[in-house]
Design a protein around this ligand. Sequence first.
Ligand SMILES: NC(=O)C1=CN([C@@H]2O[C@H](COP(=O)(O)OP(=O)(O)OC[C@H]3O[C@@H](n4cnc5c(N)ncnc54)[C@H](O)[C@@H]3O)[C@@H](O)[C@H]2O)C=CC1
Ligand SMILES: O=C([O-])CC(=O)C(=O)O
Length: 345
Amino acid sequence: MFAARQASKSVFGAVQRRTFSATASNATKVAVLGAAGGIGQPLSLLLKLNPRVTELALYDIKGAPGVAADISHINTKSTVKGYEPSGAGIKECLTGAEIVLIPAGVPRKPGMTRDDLFNTNASIVRDLAKAAADACPEANILVIANPVNSTVPITAEVFKSKGVYNPKRLFGVTTLDVVRASRFISQLKSTDPATENITVVGGHSGATIVPLLSQAGYTLEGAERDEYIKRVQFGGDEVVQAKGGAGSATLSMAMAGARFAESLLKAAQGQSGVVEPTYVDSPLYKDQGVTYFASQVELGPNGVEKIHPVGEMSEFEQGLLEVCLKDLKSNIEKGEKWVKENMGN
Ligand SMILES: NC(=O)C1=CN([C@@H]2O[C@H](COP(=O)(O)OP(=O)(O)OC[C@H]3O[C@@H](n4cnc5c(N)ncnc54)[C@H](O)[C@@H]3O)[C@@H](O)[C@H]2O)C=CC1
Ligand SMILES: O=C([O-])CC(=O)C(=O)O
């Protein structure tokens, strides 16, 4: 009863607009890599509260068994196990996983761009992608580690090198941009944030984040418009500065990651019409050399079901998109070039 009620209500409120009749009876293993970190811990907590998850596998280079022991006392049915590099390690953590979330990697400090994380996080994501390609090649891979614009192409190249790449199963998590865009417009318009769902397209850094307010029927002008766009594009910086060197968004990101995982699970368990914005291998701007792009994506049992076109845009939004595509292309090429030269063994 508890599970059925939770499943139809959704932890994330109005985001889930359709009713859902399936129960959480399917066995579903979800793995979190980087589970002891700022995002990893609250994300694991939210997944433990999700009745669709039956097995939670938590991996980190340090601290995951402690996080797992703590979370495992929560009185929901799923089992929880923590893994470290020694012992059973990452292979056992990943084997049988249907969803793998990757928040492993260093966060920004004030003054840094997401691209400044590239040198450290590229190799972390590459190595975790290799482990996933070996242990659970058919899992849905959800990349959170920044710079997402580049770490997703890196993951794709690793899967391709092992002959197991399925573009329908690889997602850059850009949900936080939509969460922010929706919250910030609700503050300006005094609306209920739970009823806002602003489409955000492009990628996940600065000018590559393109909110399409016009599609929600909103028109902002002048300074108000510029401030709104800047706040959505640089919402991450707002948190980085407020945390003063102690990291970047963790709690709101955990919510966004859990929302995306929940949407994938709902779609996998048979619900139709589940649409989330996400950064995927996309045909939309391939003719301009932009091979990955975030737009509204319908999810299904096989992962990506349908990539929706970007749709109508104002002239101003069209201008934002042009800047986005230029940056995105170079972020993608950087990731692909690096991983081809640094594939390792
Ligand atoms: N996609 C998005 O919207 C967002 C992405 N991020 C990104 O998420 C990443 C993580 O952020 P936080 O959790 O705040 O950082 P954190 O430093 O608090 O946690 C990262 C965790 O990853 C672990 N780790 C490092 N290397 C590992 C490896 N090889 N295998 C397994 N675990 C490993 C660390 O031990 C640590 O526990 C950062 O790159 C950050 O920029 C942050 C917010 C939003
Ligand atoms: O800003 C950062 O570095 C973390 C992030 O991606 C976000 O909060 O959107």
